[in-house]
Design a protein around this ligand. Structure first.
Ligand code: PLP
Length: 424
């Protein structure tokens, strides 16, 4: 007789979880399977994944087309070094991404996740100037930005709770005003006036500052940033790690503003949420500055699993699902969010209700804002008791569901938020 493996005790003894204070947090819930918008625990209890498992799951968990593509690829070619070798899933995926990406992006550099897609983007922008013999080293980034947890990604992210232990070790970045409340284009113009030609790149999360509080900003400001960067020959990096693949409505958030960046970072929904994969798309001009008979102009960057064939196969299957019917599903979720927004805005203590595509966000009034606000864990627990996974950012509450979420699932998430807010 086989004995049942005790997940909880092995987890408690051996695992260090991300973004988890092990001295405080409740024990994690073992999930034994997932399907569609639902996670299932050992007892068969189901939980609606209203945050798409950290913003990655697009078409639902264990989508049959993606799992079939993974199984087939795993049995054919599971992994191969990507320097000196290539393979069909990567070549096809690169071609499919370029076909869908804003015009002008012509090369794909693969990596592992959102942070490494950003690391590669920043390194490409910096070395591009060096390869051309220009001394430009200053990167400009937005207030309240979040670009990941590796050192380069932390450096271009806002300084705050997450980066505080490492602040002295992060490279200096010029800060552009928060585009939600300020004139970010004027802020960039002032920076160019004072720092002139030293500016190497501008990095933004197009239209949605995600981990910085689901702060939504306007397409005309993004357009303005594009115009000013283009006029001054400064590469614009669009970090679409969160916003890519339909999250804000169109395939990429840059499309809201009709903007083509010079570099675009992708991950999260790239594989439909099934496997980790990152991609950094660049304009031909940047790539060409590296192509040379001079080996010192090489991009000396790569990861062991670069362009893993199974992850690429999952991404190809996900892209094929992002068709017209998926666009209609996203519009359905947006309409549902807009109706819910009206209702939630009427609750006392609920502020700043906003919707961008499939993302609904709001604040619950609190004495102190910020990630450590206790509203977050309190709502997280209350929602779990009702079978809904929410993961507020402090007192910022958001719903960011898989595109297959049923209207009734969404209604349950709104109800949980409404009841929690009303009871305060
Ligand atoms: C805009 C953005 N960039 C980068 C990242 C980092 O991605 P990863 O967690 O896959 O490293 C995130 C993660 O939330 C993100 O939202």
């Amino acid at each position: 007789m086989t004995s049942r493996f005790d997940i909880r005790s092995a987890d408690e003894r051996f695992i260090w979880h991300p973004y988890t204070q092990h001295g405080l947090n409740q024990a994690p819930i073992p999930v034994v399977r997932a399907e569609g918008a639902w996670l299932y625990d050992e007892t068969g209890r189901r939980i609606f994944d209203a945050v798409s498992s950290w913003w990655v799951t697009l078409h639902g968990h264990a989508h049959p087309r993606i799992t079939a593509a993974i199984a087939e690829q795993a049995a054919t070619l599971e992994q191969v070094i990507f320097a000196g070798f290539t393979h069909e899933p990567a070549a096809r995926l690169a071609a499919e991404l370029i076909a869908r990406a804003p015009v002008g992006l012509e090369r794909v550099f693969f990596s592992d996740d959102g942070s490494t897609a950003v690391e590669a983007a920043v390194k490409i922008a910096l070395q591009y100037h060096r390869n051309r013999g220009e001394d430009r080293r200053l990167v400009a980034a937005l207030e309240n930005a979040y670009h990941g947890d590796t050192f380069g990604a932390m450096s271009v992210s806002a300084r705050g709770l997450f980066t505080e232990p490492f602040t002295p070790l992060l490279f200096d970045v010029a800060r552009l005003a928060d585009p939600v409340e300020h004139d970010v284009v004027a802020s960039l113009e002032q920076l160019i006036d004072s720092r002139g030609r030293g500016l190497a790149a501008v990095i933004v999360e197009p239209l949605l500052l995600g981990a910085g509080g689901m702060r939504m900003w306007r397409p005309d400001a993004l357009r303005g940033l594009r115009d000013v960067t283009a006029a001054n020959g400064i590469p614009l990096i669009a970090d679409e790690v969160l916003t890519g693949f339909g999250r804000t409505g169109p395939l990429f958030a840059c499309e809201h503003a009709g903007v083509s960046p010079d570099i675009m970072c992708l991950s999260k929904g790239l594989t439909g949420g099934a496997l980790p994969l990152g991609a950094t798309l660049v304009r031909a001009e940047l790539f060409e500055s590296f192509r040379s008979a001079d080996r010192t102009r090489t991009l000396f960057h790569g990861h062991s699993y670069t362009a893993n064939p199974i992850a690429c196969a999952a991404a190809l299957a996900s892209l094929s699902l992002l068709d017209d019917s998926c666009a209609e599903e996203r519009r359905r979720i947006e309409r549902s969010h807009l109706r819910a927004a009206k209702r939630l805005a009427g609750i006392r203590g609920v502020e700043n209700v906003r919707v961008l595509g499939t993302v609904l966000a709001l604040e619950i009034r609190a004495d102190s804002a910020g990630y450590l606000n206790p509203v977050g864990p309190a709502l997280h627990r209350a929602a779990l008791d009702r079978g809904v996974l929410l993961r507020p950012l402090g007192n910022t509450i958001y719903v960011l569901p898989p595109y297959c979420s049923a209207d009734s699932d969404l209604a349950e998430a709104y109800d949980v938020i409404a009841e929690f807010a009303s009871a305060r």
